[in-house]
Write a protein that binds this ligand. Structure first.
Ligand SMILES: Cc1ncc(COP(=O)(O)O)c(C=O)c1O
Length: 442
């Protein structure tokens, strides 16, 4: 065991932690100091089974050799290259490799550094695309209640999570929201796609009638909403959204930041639902979470609409210092190699039935009011403690960590999304941890 495992920093105050109850954490820190395949190592030397692929990103498991080696080699060869008006070979190679695994029609890739940046890039692309085609009045953006699209101003504006919005002023103007599709009274205990609720897509027609299609640039949805507790689209819902968008010339953006790269047992959710969007935002799994990177996929039609005017002119006034950073590209190539060699972009499909049965065995355990699943995603919804929402699930999270499993909670929902290398035995282990903590918490 290395010395690092025994060391806990004695002053935790300087670091303002993101999306964390800082005061609670600093009283009883949960520190991770190592990782390998399906496990983390905690600072007290315990193995922690990773039930969440880090934050839905470590799809190939931890510290995978191909990825580590690719990063090390690249860092020694070309560490950084300017992203604007300059190129380096592997960013082009990566874009081609990504287009190869993407759904048919997603022909071009724009690189960012995170899901939030991918979302804001996609929203800007949508508005600029319409303007480039002479439809400059199409500026309105439509999101959805309970949607999560990262934390930048565009993303929180189209997002539908009150705590992510209410502190931050007026957000973007010209945004409207469709209703969410979570209907527990009709769809509780559903395995896979729920039967009820596809007609909620027709709310988009109502919004179009209100604002007129000529003012609407794009609709953005997560194919499966993750951060607000795994909301699985009702059967036929996404197809209907696609139809309405096509009919009105509105771009459809799929935010595939968590569903991309094999999470549903298909390379992308677009493949799973057989619905191709106009723009697809990704991040996380593109580099197995190892180096920050995001990728926005667009159709040829969108890309080509920008490729006009004098050739010496920049076509899209947007980009980041680290767009296509060489080391991130190397990590992504190592990740794609690992996915391909181990069949990880489709492995979830083989495991999904076992995963589903294991999760639904939690029906009847204390506090459980719903279990739902799709691909290698699962949610266990708990009855909130009256007057103290989120407390029960948070206690379950803390107790699970103490027992040796990393789970994630959002509100009173436990969301599970393990690395795609998980074995059946480890699925049982993970679900047993959850079962035990449900029996322990108040
Ligand atoms: C659907 C979706 N979009 C965007 C994001 C934001 O990604 P990031 O945290 O990399 O900015 C997330 C993060 O969980 C997400 O789930």
């Amino acid at each position: 065991m290395s010395n690092r495992l025994k060391v806990t920093p004695n002053d935790l105050s300087a670091f303002w932690m993101p999306f964390t109850s800082n005061r609670q954490f600093k009283q009883s820190p949960r520190m991770l100091v190592g990782a390998s395949d399906m496990h983390y190592t905690s600072s007290d030397g315990r193995k922690i089974l990773d039930g969440t692929a880090g934050l839905w990103c470590v799809n190939a498991g931890h510290c995978r050799p191909k990825i580590t080696e690719a990063i090390q080699t690249q860092a020694a060869e070309l560490d950084y290259a300017p992203a604007f008006q300059m190129g380096h070979p592997i960013v082009f190679e990566l874009a081609n490799r990504l287009v190869d695994v993407a759904p048919e029609g997603m022909d071009h890739v724009f690189f960012t550094n995170s899901g939030s940046e991918s979302v804001d890039t996609a929203l800007k692309m949508a508005i600029a695309y319409h303007r480039a085609r002479g439809e400059g009045a199409r500026t309105r953006l439509i999101g959805r209640e309970r949607g999560y699209h990262g934390v930048n101003f565009g993303g929180i504006s189209v997002g539908g999570i009150v705590n992510n919005r209410k502190m931050f002023g007026t957000l973007l103007g010209g945004v409207d929201h469709m209703p969410h599709t979570h209907l527990p009274e009709k769809n509780a205990w559903t395995r896979g796609e729920p039967e009820h609720g596809w007609e909620l897509a027709n709310e988009l027609e109502r919004i179009v009638t209100l604002h007129d299609a000529s003012t609407i640039a794009a609709v953005i949805v997560e194919p499966v909403a993750g951060s607000t507790g795994v909301l699985i689209p009702p059967k036929g819902y996404l197809k209907r959204l696609r139809e309405i968008c096509t009919k009105h010339g509105i771009l459809l953006i799929f935010d595939e930041v968590i569903t991309g790269f094999g999470r549903l047992g298909t390379p992308f959710a677009a493949d799973y639902f057989d619905v191709v969007p106009d723009i697809m935002t990704t991040a996380k799994g593109v580099t197995n979470g190892v180096i920050p990177m995001g990728a926005v996929f667009v159709t040829k039609a969108i890309h080509d609409a920008f490729m006009t005017g004098p050739e010496h002119m920049i076509e899209f006034f947007h980009g980041y210092t680290y767009s296509g950073n060489p080391i991130a590209c190397a990590a992504a190539l190592g990740t794609l190699d690992t996915y391909r060699e181990e069949g990880l972009l489709t492995r979830g499909a083989e495991l999904a039935p076992y995963w589903e049965d294991a999760l639904h065995s939690l029906k009847g355990e204390p506090h459980v009011i719903d279990v739902r699943n799709i691909g290698l995603i699962g949610a266990i919804e708990l009855q909130p403690i009256a007057g103290s929402p989120t407390k029960r699930a948070f206690s379950a999270f803390v107790k699970a960590f103490e027992r040796g499993a990393l789970i994630r909670t959002t509100g009173d929902i436990i969301a599970l999304s393990p690395p795609l290398i998980i074995t059946k035995g480890q699925i049982d282990e993970l679900v047993d941890h959850v079962r035990e903590v449900l029996r322990m918490v108040d």
